[in-house]
Design a protein around this ligand. Structure first.
Ligand code: ATP
Ligand code: MG
Length: 335
């Protein structure tokens, strides 16, 4: 057997992505990015810069997209996504995704979108009453993103569970209506990271995030100011780790030591300052290699553009192939 024949082609496909609405943060890292880095060697991996989805909430300001696309791309490279292993592409430059969205929207009901708990929560958070058509329909567009590449696995945060469920329903409906062309995706759910203010998930738009490009000083001061158990004023006061943001960080970034911290907090034998210092150190261990890779890439803007162009060209040809099969299945391949 030759060496070449031992190399197995990557059979299964992973697709995931992020809205290009600003820099990525630690929530993205634990929720999805770290899984992508692990999966890229075994899976054919597509990572999408979701600029169209960004427009669902940022259509007033499309001028921010060009910078944001490059910023998120730099974040990807910094966390260790390898452009030799994974295809990074720009959503708006794949017209087949828009075509698929249009086809799927024929058999997705408005009430199924209105009942989607993540859409409901986000609409409420943003104060939307009369929902925009594109915003309400973004889960359909996400189904198009995933199915255009026949992805079977989507590493994402828990807020994405209803969207993947919607995508699975769309696939089943399409396959039974026309022909079994599409692949049902599964979600690989990452951990959820709370924001520094407690109370809500770490999010780009809520200003409660530790960005992946934060300096050591920024991380230190952000954690120093983070909300803890409000009932705990003195070190000897018994703490309630389950409602403490910082304890949540211990259970994600210092898994092995976290039980001990829980006991010490409950007994009032460790101060919040000491507890924060330990978690800062653990977060720094995650961020340090990310900073080093960022240094390597940050001035190579031409190389980053080349990576995006090559990725988008490859992604387009795969999406075009799927669109051809979809037309064939529906009998709308006229000439
Ligand atoms: P925006 O406020 O613009 O919606 P966001 O911070 O919510 O930005 P998205 O681009 O919507 O980020 O999410 C991209 C991916 O990161 C999704 O899979 C989402 O589940 C995951 N993610 C985002 N924030 C967190 C978090 N705090 N914890 C875990 N996963 C997260
Ligand atoms: Mg979001």
């Amino acid at each position: 057997m030759t060496f070449q024949s031992k190399i197995q082609p990557k059979q299964e496909v992973v697709l995931t992505g992020d809205r290009t609405t600003g820099k990525l943060h630690l929530g993205h890292y634990v929720g999805s990015l770290k899984h992508r880095v692990q999966l890229q060697q075994q899976y054919e991996t597509y990572i999408m810069l979701a600029d169209v989805q960004a427009l669902t909430t940022h259509f007033h300001n499309p001028g921010m997209l060009a910078d944001s696309v490059r910023q998120v791309a730099l974040d990807y490279l910094s966390v260790g996504i390898d452009p030799e292993q994974a295809t990074i592409f720009v959503q708006s430059m794949i017209p087949e995704i828009a075509e698929l969205t249009c086809i799927y929207s024929m058999f997705v009901t408005v009430s199924s979108l209105r009942h989607n708990p993540t859409v409901k929560h986000e609409a409420q958070e943003r104060g939307y009453e009369d929902l925009y058509y594109g915003f309400l329909g973004y889960p359909v567009s996400q189904a198009a993103d995933i199915t255009a590449f026949k992805a079977s696995l989507v590493p994402a945060g828990e807020d994405q569970i209803p969207h993947i469920e919607q995508a699975r329903r769309i696939v089943r409906r399409f396959n039974e209506l026309y022909a079994p062309v599409l692949v049902e995706p599964q979600i690989l759910v990452g951990e959820r990271l709370e924001g520094l203010d407690g109370g809500s998930k770490m999010s780009k738009s809520l200003g409660n995030a530790i960005c992946l490009d934060a300096s050591s000083e920024e991380v230190r001061s952000q954690i120093r100011r983070a909300t803890t158990d409000p009932a705990r004023v003195h070190k000897t006061d018994p703490g309630h780790p389950d409602i403490c943001t910082i304890y949540g960080y211990h259970s994600i970034f210092r898994k092995e030591g976290s039980e001990e911290i829980r006991e010490q907090c409950q007994k009032g034998s460790i101060s919040c300052a000491a507890c924060k210092a330990m978690v800062t150190e653990a977060i720094e261990e995650v961020l340090e290699p990310i900073r080093e890779r960022r240094e390597l890439y940050k001035h190579r803007t031409k190389d980053i553009d080349d990576i995006l162009m090559a990725g988008t060209t490859k992604a387009r040809s795969v999406a075009r192939q799927t669109m051809g099969e979809v037309r064939e299945a529906m009998g709308i391949h006229y000439f």
